[in-house]
Design a protein around this ligand. Structure first.
Ligand code: IPM
Ligand code: MG
Length: 355
């Protein structure tokens, strides 16, 4: 009997809707696989918590997560609280506190979903973006001085360390090696960013020698956006710095049909800390509380969590159920142009699982 301790952090907006749905789906899975159970502990951190306590999560919050096997996260963001506070006070605090240095973002066109790319067949877009998740443009270094005065100055420092670059590229090459294509594209901007990104390129070339069976190429981040649109089939695994990958992954999700579908994992490959899984969409305040959210991004994130925990057949079963459901246009939520409610999608996925 395996018992996984999962921390669920719904956070804000539609995160509060999709996370409970995901718990239901995981409970249904454990009904089917009776040797595995999930024990959820909910944490009510986020915007409302901030209004009450002045912080997004308690000071010792990380300690209450430390012993968990994984974290399911909804979203953080609140129209009445500045974004940098919601982000740094919760999500990044966990990502950086637990050194979840690999952010993994698979993108595929799921059955029944239409890509906005006119001529793209579903088998021509199958990517995994590996996003450096601990430094780069999100290092948090920088500052402001002389606020409000004409001489005001502000800086955000992007830093890359050799340790940080080696570990993310090694992780990405390994992931590429495990995929059928065994190909990786290293995203760069070393033409303009002439220090850190040049080191990034050098380290890529060095890591590539450790993986002789993996082919690789290099693409400037701006050119990469055009390549994703014009030649999606030329890409497979993609590794990029924090901000570059942030931008590319929204483009990737949109090209695959909807931001509502895309999943992500914030992973500590060394398993020193729990890893965290979340849908890529934000808190979406415009549709919150109406039951309109697409829960597929969260369910797919749960697939990533199950794979990471080593429960591959459970993960495969959930993915199969997801794909059965997306294939039916009557079960498409509004972001996909359909009229289905979130609960319709959840119920259909559960029904597939229990069949
Ligand atoms: C993402 C999001 C976040 C990020 C936002 C919410 C700050 O866009 O996970 O990609 O930029 O990291
Ligand atoms: Mg983003």
């Amino acid at each position: 009997m395996k018992r996984y301790k999962i921390a669920s952090i719904p956070g804000d907006g539609i995160g509060k809707e999709v996370i409970p749905e995901c718990e239901k789906v995981l409970k249904a899975l454990s009904k089917k696989y009776s040797e595995v159970t999930f024990e959820f502990e909910r944490f009510d951190w986020g915007g409302d918590y901030y209004r009450k306590h002045g912080v997004m999560m308690p000071e010792d919050g990380l300690d209450s997560l430390r012993s968990k096997d994984a974290i399911l996260f909804g979203s953080a963001g609140d129209p009445k609280i500045p974004d940098h506070i919601t982000l740094w006070g919760l999500r990044l605090k966990i990502c950086q506190g637990f050194d979840q240095y690999a952010n993994v973002r698979p993108t595929r066109i799921l059955p029944g979903i239409e890509s906005p790319l006119r001529n793209c067949k579903s088998n021509q877009l199958d990517w995994v973006i590996v996003r450096e998740n601990s430094e780069g443009e999100y290092s948090g270094l920088g500052g402001r001085a002389h606020q409000g005065h004409p001489i005001e100055v502000a800086s955000d420092m992007s830093i890359l360390t050799r340790v940080g670059v080696e570990r993310i590229q090694r992780y990405a090459f390994k992931l590429a090696q495990a995929r059928p294509r065994k190909h990786i594209t290293v995203i760069t901007k070393s033409n303009a960013q002439r220090h850190a990104m040049v080191m990034w390129d050098e380290i890529a070339a060095q890591i590539a020698t450790e993986f002789p069976d993996v082919t690789w190429d290099k693409e400037l981040v701006d050119a990469a956006t055009a390549r994703m649109v014009n030649h999606p089939q030329s890409l497979d695994t993609i590794v990029a710095t924090n901000l570059h990958a942030d931008v590319l992954s929204d483009l990737a999700a949109a090209l695959a049909g909807s931001l509502g579908i895309a999943p992500t994992g914030n992973i500590d490959p060394e398993c020193r800390y729990p890893s965290m899984f979340e849908p890529i969409h934000g808190s979406a305040f415009d549709i919150m509380g109406k039951g309109l959210a697409n829960p597929i991004g969260t369910f797919w994130s749960a697939v990533m969590m199950l794979d990471f925990l080593g429960e591959k057949s459970m993960g495969a079963q959930l993915m199969q159920a997801i794909e059965k459901v997306t294939a039916d246009p009557r079960l498409h939520t509004r972001d996909l142009g359909g009229a289905a409610m979130m609960s319709d999608v959840t119920n259909a996925v559960i029904k597939e699982i229990l069949q």
